[in-house]
Design a protein around this ligand. Structure first.
Ligand SMILES: O=c1ccn([C@@H]2O[C@H](COP(=O)(O)O)[C@@H](O)[C@H]2O)c(=O)[nH]1
Length: 270
């Protein structure tokens, strides 16, 4: 199914705008798992199984797997999500961006090797670097617009002809690059005013919003500033606050409760 259709269906089916980020950090795993040979898979699988009916998407961050030499684990994890929780889209958070000939290999990596439904990209190299991804009309192309980190302002807020750069990025992507309707934007929860400005520019284009939970973004401000008229349009992502909500054998139950609490808080403001 097309990424945008899967996302719409998951928003409705699970009544949820929550995206659970899968950022494994073995030093934070519960003690009883530590000597298991397939610990990264087991930990992420249990989180996925405990939360799949509460989310609109999962977002594995590729560096967390690559740093552990666990790319094959990431392949199996995404295959597991598709097999056991069909219809829940998987966003590969890879923030790729390169000249077109290399970008084509990143397309193959994200969609054919890993089987992701969408991928995050850096738009800084321009349209030709993104075109190979845009051509896969069934896949989501999620471009950095205004990121959640403090240094986002260094370049993304620079004045370009009377408007900050991120507003140009939002407009160009929504109006010019989104010919197949498969684009979305990353806008950090830690910048709620900018989130409202991006929403005003892009209409109903979906926004991936990291930065709540461990980074301290305000859920109410995110929902009020970022939702569409239909009360959707957001993938509000949380990783550490969900993955490491519990520290014992009941870590998956604790993750489920943290996800449910986040979903309920979000839904109060939709
Ligand atoms: O602007 C951005 C873009 C991506 N991220 C990623 O999201 C998660 C956030 O993790 P938390 O534990 O919920 O803080 C992480 O994978 C980042 O690489 C982001 O934070 N901000």
């Amino acid at each position: 199914m097309h990424f945008m259709q899967s996302l719409q269906a998951a928003w409705t089916r699970n009544n949820s705008l929550v995206c659970v980020g899968l950022d494994p950090e073995p030093s934070k795993f519960p003690a009883h798992l530590k000597n298991h040979p397939d610990v990264v898979f087991e930990f992420c699988r249990d989180i996925v199984n405990a939360t799949a009916d509460l989310v609109c998407a999962f977002k594995p961050q590729i560096a967390h797997f690559a740093a552990l030499r666990a790319e094959e684990t990431l392949e199996r994890l995404i295959a597991h999500i598709h097999a056991e929780h069909p219809g829940v889209p998987v966003i590969l958070d890879a923030k790729r961006g390169d000249i077109g000939s290399t970008a084509q290999h990143y397309v193959t990596e994200a969609f054919d090797r890993y089987g992701a439904d969408a991928v995050t990209l850096n738009p800084y190299l321009g349209r030709d670097s993104v075109q190979p991804f845009l051509n896969r009309a069934d896949k989501g192309v999620i471009l950095l617009c205004h990121t959640s980190n403090p240094g986002a302002a260094d370049l993304q807020d620079l004045d370009v002809g009377g408007k900050p750069l991120y507003q140009h990025v939002a407009k160009i992507i929504a109006k010019d690059w989104n010919t197949h309707g498969n684009c979305a934007l990353v806008t950090g929860a830690t910048w709620p005013e900018q989130l409202a400005e991006v929403r005003a520019i892009v209409g109903d284009v979906p926004l991936l919003v990291p930065g709540i939970g461990a980074q301290g973004g305000d859920v109410e401000a995110v929902v009020r500033n970022g939702r569409t008229a239909a009360g959707t349009g957001l993938m509000i992502s949380s990783s550490r606050a969900i993955l490491y909500a519990g520290h014992n054998v009941d870590f998956a139950t604790a993750a489920r409760k943290a996800t449910q609490d986040l979903r309920d808080t979000i839904n109060r403001y939709r």
